[in-house]
Ligand binder design. Structure first.
Ligand code: PGA
Length: 253
């Protein structure tokens, strides 16, 4: 079975004390994970080390950065490198979140470089794609997300792309309370998987975890995660609430 993942994206929220309490609370209540289930906590950069310490090697639980820079080191004031993540035991990073694309003008090539440097340094990219409302209304979402994959991850080898987690997040569903219906999410995630199969092969496509993100909550997680091409969620708002996120973890296949 493909790896099923409950990924929390805290974004720019919580103080260190609140974050530590939330993490400890979730870990104490979360069910024991199966071999193929994982939890990933993408916490703000100043809390990465604290999160690694709290998780303390718990099986199948990982700490993720929310962003990295596309260079190994150097005069890039304020940026975070993969080497820094390696040195403190962080194993994942989100790349290409729609908020980074929109507010920080992160484009295809820059994101492709981030994916490359992450993989070269054994950091798992959680690569986000997803269309804005206008594209969905025009009905051209399939071509839109195809281009996002083509331009930023399809240059990878078969072995490399198998290490990438993809998160489909329709922008109109992020933080809006508007979730894509489970059928809408399934349809486009099936499309993403078939694009991978076409570019690589079926076996590769069947190994890659594709998460859904956009107003995932306890009340809709079961239905979303029961879809064949949805392998868990990338969760913003609901990941800041202990009981909500624990229930989302319980909904993993
Ligand atoms: P949301 O955010 O769950 O608050 O919609 C998801 C995300 O942006 O990753």
């Amino acid at each position: 079975m493909r790896t099923q993942i409950a990924a929390a994206n805290w974004k720019m929220n919580l103080t260190l004390q609140q974050g530590e309490a939330l993490l400890k609370g979730i870990l104490s209540k979360a069910k024991t994970l199966n071999e193929h289930q994982q939890i990933v906590f993408a916490v703000p950069a100043p809390y990465l080390q604290a999160a690694v310490n709290i998780i303390n090697g718990t099986k199948n639980v990982f700490v993720s950065a929310q962003n990295i820079y596309n260079k190994k080191s150097g005069a890039y004031t304020g940026e975070i490198s993969v080497e820094m993540l390696n040195s403190i035991g962080v194993t994942h990073t989100i790349i290409g979140h729609s908020e980074r694309r929109e507010y920080f003008n992160e484009h295809y090539k820059f994101l492709a470089e981030k994916v490359d440097i992450a993989l070269e340094n054994n950091i798992t990219p959680v690569f986000c794609c997803g269309e804005p409302l206008g594209i969905r209304e025009a009905g051209t979402q399939n071509a839109f997300v195809a281009k996002q994959l083509e331009e930023s991850v399809f240059h990878l080898s078969k072995n490399e792309i198998k290490k990438v987690v993809i998160a489909y997040e329709p922008i109109w569903a992020i933080g809006t309370g508007k979730t894509a219906t489970s059928q809408q999410a399934q349809d486009i995630q099936h499309h993403l998987r078939s694009l991978i199969a076409k570019h690589y092969d079926e076996e590769t496509a069947n190994e890659i975890s594709i998460l859904y993100g956009g107003s995932v909550k306890a009340a809709n997680a079961n239905e979303l995660f029961s879809q064949p091409d949805i392998d868990g969620g990338l969760v913003g708002g609901a990941s800041l609430m202990e009981d909500e996120f624990v229930k989302i973890i319980e909904a993993l296949k």
